[in-house]
Design a protein around this ligand. Structure first.
Ligand SMILES: [Zn+2]
Length: 108
C-alpha cells in the first residue's frame, strides 16, 4: 500500500498538519485525483492541500466532490481516516461505497 493520507475535520485537531489549502476553479494541467484515481482534466476545478506528518509530507489533489466525500468519511468514522491514493470511488464516502466498488489501487 502507498502512503496513508489523512484528514480530520470533526474536532479541528490534526495529527498531520495540513496547510496551503486551495480551491482551483480551472486546472491548467491534467492531474490525478488522490481520492478516486480518476483524472482531473484541464479546465476542471479541483481542490488541494499540502500535509506534513513528521518527516513525511506531500500534496493532495482531489475533485471537489471527492474532497466532500473525504470529509463525510471522516464524520462517518468519527475522526481520523487513513487512506491510500486512488482506492476510493469518485464522490463517494466509505459508507456510500459498495464493497465491490472498493478497488484498492489506481484505476485507469
Ligand atoms: Zn476524485
Amino acid at each position: 500500500m502507498g502512503q496513508g493520507l489523512r484528514l480530520c475535520n470533526t474536532k479541528g485537531a490534526a495529527v498531520s498538519d495540513t496547510f496551503h489549502e486551495q480551491s482551483v476553479k480551472s486546472s491548467r494541467k491534467t492531474r490525478r485525483c488522490d481520492w478516486c484515481g480518476e483524472l482531473i482534466q484541464i479546465g476542471q476545478p479541483y481542490e488541494s492541500y499540502r500535509w506534513r506528518d513528521g518527516s513525511d509530507g506531500g500534496t493532495v489533489v482531489m475533485h471537489p466532490e471527492c474532497r466532500q466525500a473525504m470529509e463525510r468519511t471522516s464524520r462517518e468514522e468519527g475522526g481520523w481516516i487513513d487512506w491510500d491514493r486512488g482506492e476510493n470511488v469518485r464522490g463517494k464516502s466509505w459508507g456510500e461505497m459498495d464493497v465491490a466498488e472498493k478497488t484498492g489501487g489506481w484505476r485507469q
